[in-house]
Design a binder for this molecule. Structure first.
Ligand code: DHB
Ligand code: MG
Length: 228
């Protein structure tokens, strides 16, 4: 097996992006606006944004919950996958990020289907109880709270809800049980929960793209609600 190098990974990522995703002026503008606002460039890669978009369409999702809006890049990919009347509720802890995201969402022409809620997930998520269940949940926020967010995904979902958890590879550190980084520890706790909590059935894929070596977990909610 040839070992990937940073260069070959970038070349393949560019090739796949050019071949399958293409360029999009309003998504390029989102990246530029995030950069201008001084946000870290940690939005999902275009190939992953399109993966989220396709998972949304494949699952026929109408109600999508995103935890961690950042500048709205993934939010727009998700919103564009929705049928008429569909909705993305996206939670962002940082008010300045939420402002940038709202502008980006507006510029992308999907304001009618996106609602950015400002606040910490732990504060906002309980307020979403009592509505129609979410069909797809994308978790991409502070890794330390992954188990809390997964718990809410099961509570706010229904049997069949798709859950995607970002950043499960973390440069390979995820396989280190002695990792001291709190983000790695939070990622490991989230994966352990997906493996043993009977409300979920899950797998994960490592990814190599322009952001480096990382991955996503994909799960289905098999039993919704609080853990029995
Ligand atoms: C980090 C967070 C992300 O959501 C991501 O995609 C990459 C990195 C981080 O906090 O390090
Ligand atoms: Mg992420």
């Amino acid at each position: 097996m040839a070992d990937p190098t940073v260069e070959t990974v970038r070349r393949v990522d560019a090739y796949l992006t050019d071949t399958l995703v293409g360029r999009d002026a309003s998504l390029d503008a989102v990246i530029a606006a995030q950069h201008e606002a001084g946000m870290p460039a940690i939005e999902v890669a275009p190939v992953s944004g399109k993966m989220l978009h396709l998972l949304t369409r494949i699952s026929g999702a109408r109600r999508v919950l995103e935890i961690g809006t950042l500048g709205g890049y993934s939010t727009i990919w998700l919103a564009r996958a929705l049928p008429e009347g569909g909705r993305v509720v996206s939670i962002e802890a940082e008010p300045a990020n939420a402002e940038v995201a709202r502008r980006n969402v507006e510029n992308a022409g999907v304001t009618d289907r996106v609602e950015v809620r400002v606040g910490r997930g732990t504060d906002v998520l309980p307020t979403l109880q009592g509505g129609a269940p979410f069909d797809l949940v994308f978790i991409d926020a502070d890794k330390e709270s992954n188990t809390t967010y997964l718990d809410w995904a099961a509570r706010l979902g229904r049997p069949g809800t798709v859950v995607v958890l970002d950043n499960i590879g973390r440069n390979g550190e995820v396989a280190d049980p002695d990792a001291t980084d709190s983000k790695v520890q939070g990622t490991r706790r989230g994966l352990a929960m997906l493996g043993e909590d009977p409300r979920f059935d899950a797998t994960a894929l490592q990814t190599l793209d322009r952001k480096g070596w990382d991955g996503i977990a994909v799960a289905i909610v098999v039993a919704a609600g609080p853990r029995a």
